[in-house]
Design a protein around this ligand. Structure first.
Ligand code: SAH
Length: 339
């Protein structure tokens, strides 16, 4: 008989499972807590469950974990990047980013990616498949076990496009947000999308409590078409109006990400066009100097980044520059798996 994998099951699903074994409901709470609070992987650890129940669990269930292929730690920042192997042999990357006031985990949502953004390392891998809810949550749990720190924030900025795997990503967010389990605050879970317009509207209509970030990366359709082919399907006007729709409905500021690429989208002129595009829109802007992985695309100088950022200082938008942590560990997502 195939054993039931409990990793990724919701509280309700675990309860159903426990009841199906003829056990009392409250046992499900204990089991849930062992899995998601104590991150147990062996039933024998679960000392408040009866010996018989543990033996039964050993027969019929497992708590599957991801196989770590390798991990590298940045000597500058202690950022740690992990390469995990899935059951079918596919590999994905996840990152642990410790900062003084928050400990963030960056998760993958797909194996590879279909979007073909020109400056992105994952794009060179092509698309293999969507991740399951349990494979998404297992990345977080594996890193929690490895680093032994309280994870405060989760971002979907690893491999893949989370809004092309909407159901599994939202299910994983619900699980990591569950107060009796992993308990990551809903406002500390950020889903980053390249701009899948129907999914942004759906996210708004469903009143999802998680945070939204949109990768803009260019101020005009002409440039965006060139570096992010998805823009041909969902051009800037439709993307910005979906973002406004979300922002009004959710009453939260949207974050726009803008990867700065030398000589491509980093001029003061580009900054002014971006400013115009977002004028009157109370949003946040994260400027991300490119993590180069091929000689074709370069990171702008610090001066150029500052000149670009300075164009926004008097706006209502909150601008911050996110220098990548871990250039020495190939921080551009997809770089490790591509090797
Ligand atoms: N597909 C989603 C999430 C994954 S990419 C999205 O597009 O948002 C997460 C972020 O990393 C995006 O803002 C993307 O523009 C940025 N990014 C991609 N390649 C990068 C690189 N080489 N250097 C810096 N940021 C990069």
């Amino acid at each position: 008989m195939k054993k039931t994998n409990l990793t990724g099951l919701t509280a309700d699903e675990i309860e159903k499972f426990v009841v199906s074994l003829g056990e009392k409901r409250f046992r499900a709470k204990q089991l849930y807590s062992w899995i998601y609070t104590r991150l147990a992987t062996q039933f024998d650890e679960m000392t408040n469950l009866s010996k018989d129940f543990r033996a039964r669990l050993n027969e019929v269930a497992t708590i599957a974990t991801l196989e770590k292929v390798k991990s590298i730690r940045s000597s500058e920042s202690n950022t740690q990047k992990f390469l995990f192997k899935l059951n079918d042999g596919a590999q994905i990357e996840s990152v642990f980013i410790p900062e003084p006031r928050r400990k963030t985990v960056c998760l993958s949502s797909q194996v590879g990616c279909a979007l073909g953004c020109q400056f992105c390392a994952t794009a060179t891998l092509g698309f293999k498949r969507d991740l399951k809810r349990r494979e998404i949550i297992a990345q977080l749990m594996a890193i929690m076990r490895e680093v032994d720190e309280d994870i405060t924030n989760v971002v979907f900025m690893g491999m893949g496009e989370p809004f092309l795997n909407y159901d599994e990503v939202i299910a994983a967010c619900r699980l990591m947000n569950h107060p009796d389990g992993l308990a990551v605050g809903n406002r500390r879970i950020v889903i980053s999308t390249c701009g899948i317009v129907p999914a942004i509207r759906r996210f708004a209509d469903e009143n999802q409590p998680f945070k939204l970030a949109i990768s803009l990366n260019a101020p005009t359709d002409e440039l965006r078409n060139r570096i992010m082919p998805i823009n041909k399907k969902y051009p800037l006007s439709t993307l910005i109006s979906a973002a406004r729709y979300y922002s009004l409905k959710a009453r939260f500021r949207v974050t726009f990400e803008y990867v700065l690429i030398a000589g491509v989208n980093d001029s003061v002129q580009d900054a002014r066009m971006l400013r115009k595009l977002l004028s009157g829109f109370p949003c946040k802007i994260n400027l991300i100097p490119l993590n180069p992985f091929s000689p074709d695309w370069k990171r702008p100088s610090e001066d150029q980044v500052n000149r670009f950022a300075a164009e926004f200082y008097d706006m209502h938008a909150v601008v911050s520059v996110r220098w990548s942590r871990g250039a020495d560990i190939q921080a551009a997502c997809g770089q490790l798996a591509a090797k």
